[in-house]
Design a protein around this ligand. Structure first.
Ligand code: SF4
Length: 289
């Protein structure tokens, strides 16, 4: 497969070479299991059936999942095995199948879903660095788009993710997701069945970016669910990024929440400021793979 699946556009044959995301053609997975730390309408009581894909086309310096995203820890599985994993998660009672960082494996996931289509919603849980072509392909099997909007500032996107085009790429991708799902649908228990959630992890000194995300959502997709996350914790080697080597302050978070409260966005998730990020990171021990 000659890969141009994400905006990096490596144009290499993944059967024989690795591109920016360091990912082979067959899916590489670090963990599959029930996960309880997503938004309440995704995790619910039973948990979300997460499949954590290894490798990443973005590679943020502060990534909490660096063990799998940067170091690429995981196990390569067949398309048939991936479809069995979907079935097993469904049998465990998962509310949904949650594809974590799926961008670079959409080709494989698409084939696996053709082998077995679960009777629960499929969630596309992405960093937001997706081409519209990849979103279109994912739209054939995805019910819920859970999309990061990490930056509105091209300078910050370049600095922390080597992706200066992230703001324009992510807004096009999210608009495409919105066009695909059109609305949010919840069941009687408040679990999302279809829809769009836009996530923003607030970084230290990142209130301006956060406010610009809020303003963009308010203007373009005010019906989407907005999740404003305060859980940022310094992680990895931040020697060259001292300004983000701390948690965000209550003042920073309040400033962002004030703007959100003044917006026309109806459905907003927030977090306790002291939410510990470490509890959101499961062990990447190949369980369920
Ligand atoms: S998915 Fe990976 S190999 Fe393909 S274009 Fe993106 S970074 Fe390159």
């Amino acid at each position: 497969m000659i890969c141009r699946q994400c905006p990096r556009g490596c144009n290499i044959d993944r059967a024989v070479n690795l591109g920016y995301c360091q990912s082979p053609e067959l899916p590489k997975i670090a963990r599959a299991g029930l996960h309880f730390w997503e938004e309440p309408c995704i995790s619910g009581q039973n948990g979300s059936g997460t499949v954590f894909f290894s490798g990443c086309s973005l590679g943020c310096v502060f990534c909490q999942n660096e063990e799998i995203s940067h170091k690429n820890h995981g196990k390569i599985v067949s398309i048939e095995r991936l479809s069995e994993i979907f079935r097993e998660l469904e049998q465990k009672g998962a509310h949904n199948i949650n594809l974590v960082n799926p961008t670079h494996y959409v080709h494989a996931i698409s084939k696996a879903v053709r082998l077995y289509r679960p009777n629960i919603p499929i969630v596309y849980n992405s960093g937001g660095y997706d081409t519209v072509e990849t979103i279109d392909k994912a739209s054939e099997f995805v019910d819920i788009f859970l999309m990061d909007m990490k930056y509105r500032s091209a300078d910050r996107a370049l600095k922390y993710s080597k992706a200066q085009d992230y703001p324009t790429v992510s807004e096009k991708a999210i608009l495409r997701c919105a066009k695909a799902v059109k609305e949010n649908i919840f069941d009687d228990n408040g679990m999302m069945q279809k829809g769009l959630i836009i996530r923003h992890l607030i970084l230290p000194q990142g209130t301006r970016d956060a406010i610009e995300v809020i303003d963009w959502v308010d203007k373009n997709v005010p019906w989407a669910v907005l999740s404003l996350m305060s859980q940022y914790t310094p992680h990895g080697d931040l020697t060259d990024f001292k300004e983000i080597n701390r948690k965000i302050t209550q003042r920073e978070y309040d400033k962002v929440l004030d703007r959100a409260a003044d917006s026309g966005i109806e459905n907003i998730f927030t977090q306790e400021l002291n939410s510990s990020s470490s509890k959101f990171i499961p062990p990447f021990d190949l369980s369920g793979v």
